[in-house]
Design a binder for this molecule. Structure first.
Ligand code: MLT
Length: 257
C-alpha cells in the first residue's frame, strides 16, 4: 500500500513511525532539529493520517511491509528506523524479518510483549464501538487521560488539545483495523536476543500507558542497547519534552559509524 509521508533534510535516512491513533504530526518538534543532520522520512501508517484506511485487521507485519514498500519507492537503503508505541511494534517486526535492511533502531515508549487476553478483549470492544459510532471518540476518551505525563495536562494544555483533535480526525476504519492488529501481535520478547543492530530505547519517565519497566526490559533484552529516560514526559515524549528527546536521538545518531 502506498503511504503518504513527509521527507525533509539530507544525508543518512531516518524513518520514524508514529503511534496509535496518531499520524506523522507526532514528529512536528523533531522536523527542524533532526532534519538539519539527516534525511527524515515520516510516513502516515496505514489507516492513519492521510494514508488509505482499508477495512480489516492491520497486522504489525502488514504495517511493516507498507514501510518496506515506501523505502523501495524512495530508493532508501539502510535507514535508521524508529517507532513510537505501535510504531515500535512495527519496528520490531521490521528488525526481526529484515535485519539487513536497517542501520539502527529507535524504540520509543514501546514494548516487546503481546496483549493479555483481557487487553485484546478491550480492544475488540473498542473496535466495535468505533465502527458502530463511526467515530474514534471512545478510543480518544479512553486514551487521552493517560497519553501524557500527569504534569503535562496543566503545563501544556494546548498540546493536549492539539493531539485530541488530531486523534479525532483518524479514520474509524483505521482505528478499528489497528486495534485488531495490535490485539493479535506476537510476543517478541523471546526474539529480542536475535537483534544485533545498534539500538536506542527511549521512554518518557511519566508514561502512563506503557510503564517504563517495559522499556527497561526491552533494553536488557537487546544486546548492547542503550536506554534513555526522558524527564517531564510521558507516552508522548517526542512532543512533551522535545529538546531532551531530540538531544538523545542526535547523540545516538552521532555515534553511529
Ligand atoms: C500507541 O500509543 O501506539 C498505543 O498506545 C499502543 C497500544 O495501545 O498498545
Amino acid at each position: 500500500m502506498k503511504l503518504e509521508f513527509t521527507s525533509q533534510g539530507r544525508g543518512r535516512a531516518v524513518v520514524l513511525l508514529h503511534g496509535f491513533p496518531l499520524d506523522r504530526s507526532l514528529w512536528l518538534h523533531q522536523r527542524e532539529a533532526l532534519s538539519a543532520r539527516c534525511r527524515l522520512i515520516l510516513p502516515d501508517l496505514r489507516g492513519h493520517g492521510a494514508s488509505p484506511a482499508p477495512p480489516g485487521a492491520y497486522t504489525m507485519d502488514e504495517l511493516a511491509d507498507d514501510v518496506i514498500e515506501l523505502m523501495d519507492d524512495l530508493g532508501v537503503t539502510e535507514p535508521v528506523i524508529g517507532g513510537m508505541s505501535m510504531g515500535g511494534y512495527v519496528v520490531l517486526s521490521l528488525a526481526l524479518r529484515f535485519p539487513r535492511e536497517f542501520r539502527a533502531l529507535l524504540l520509543i515508549n514501546t514494548r516487546a510483549g503481546a496483549d493479555t487476553p483481557e487487553t485484546a478483549r478491550v480492544r475488540e470492544d473498542l473496535a466495535q464501538l468505533v465502527e458502530g459510532q463511526g467515530s474514534p471518540q471512545s478510543v480518544v476518551d479512553a486514551m487521552l487521560p493517560k497519553l501524557f505525563a500527569p504534569g503535562t495536562y496543566a503545563e501544556q494544555p494546548a498540546l493536549v488539545e492539539q493531539y485530541r483533535e488530531q486523534m479525532l480526525r483518524t479514520s474509524p476504519l483505521g482505528v478499528a483495523g489497528a486495534l485488531r492488529g495490535m490485539a493479535i501481535r506476537p510476543d517478541r520478547t523471546p526474539d529480542l536476543a536475535r537483534i544485533a543492530l545498534p539500538t536506542l530505547v527511549v521512554a518518557g519517565q511519566g508514561d502512563q500507558l506503557i510503564p517504563i519497566s517495559e522499556s527497561q526490559k526491552l533494553a536488557r533484552g537487546i544486546a548492547g542497547a542503550e536506554l534513555a529516560e526522558i524527564a517531564d514526559a510521558g507516552h508522548m515524549a517526542p512532543c512533551e519534552n522535545p529538546s531532551a528527546f531530540n538531544q538523545v536521538i542526535l547523540d545516538f545518531l552521532d555515534k553511529l559509524p
